[in-house]
Design a binder for this molecule. Sequence first.
Ligand code: GLN
Length: 409
Amino acid sequence: RLEEGRALAQDVWSIYNVANLPADCINLGQGYMNFAPPKWVTEAAEQALNSVTANHYSHPKGRIRLREAIKKVYSPQLHRDLNVETEILVTSGANEGQYSVFTAFLEQGDEVICFEPFFDQYLPSITFNGGKPVYVPLHPPAHATGKFSSNEWKIDPAELRAAVTSRTKMIIVNTPHNPVGKVFTREELETIAAIAEEFNLIVMADEVYDCLVFDGKEHVRIATLPGMWDRTVTVGSAGKSFAATGWRVGWLIGPEYIIKPTLAATTRIVFCSNSPLQEAAAAGLEQVQERGFFQKQTDEYAERRAVLTEAFDNLGLPYTMPDGSYFVLLDISRVKFPEDYPFPESVLGRGRDFRACWFIAVEVGVSSIPVSEFYCEEHANIGEVYARFAFCKDVDTLHKAAERLQKLK
Ligand code: GLN
């Protein structure tokens, strides 16, 4: 199984890790913040560390305080009174939660539909559990010359329908989308929901960037569409919500028949998630509303997005303006580099974007992630046109990166 789905090739995050790049390179590759979580959240973490009980095992379902806090935030958004015992599960990050769903539900050869490009972690999570990823393209607009909206990346409902077979068990809907930044519209989600209903599929709604949606756009939870609660598991993340990606605290919300076997899987994989940081995540979710935290955080990210995208405007290269998440896809097909450049082994033999990103990181001093990694091998050529830049950095750092990027002119 490890030989399937590129899992034995070095993962893109390790290749473009700061440890491999010049020390002064600005890291806009992995979504790695250079600011701390909010003080009132880290103080709750400190308090938890100084207590006795929060340093020990938690219930495998997650600490009751966190499940209650998740209920408080999500019940109104999902239009139902969530049951903390049967419908909420805390996991060791969103990744582990999704992995556990696959462990619980996939039988050898079961197919999982992913919109391509897809967050790369899905692929090994599916294949390690015996499943088979099936790809449905998100099409960028043809002949884009300058800035275009992430909403212009579209799925073709006929292609989605044609991808369904008798082995299809699940479909992953990632909104806001990594790496495109697309926030799926209600109509698009209705199209997906209708197909999920017709073919009796489970929907994995990866909504880890749900608190980062710009310009007043609406984040629609597919679980709220008619009939969809019963077949959807919604995925959330403390790391994205509170600028704490190293905490590895995430959660799943869904009907009991999905949560119960997934709890059995996660219990046997990690037993329980990090206890003190669950307390901190709970404190965070308890207070977001009264502090208006997600709105404030979104405003800060909108400013960061503006600094990076203005740099791309100045360059005159086509790019996707994201409606959500903290990623921008830049078209790098016109960026030139010498083919005899001393590239490391890890980027040779991969797409052109791997070499372009390496060259830009070393020579321009700004790292990014090659987007062919978010495509299956067969379609990698479609992705190699793009580099993904993350703007989860303070504004000063982004200004510095913006200045350096002008060298690409
Ligand atoms: N989700 C983050 C990103 O896309 C980090 C992924 C990872 O490190 N595995 O940047």
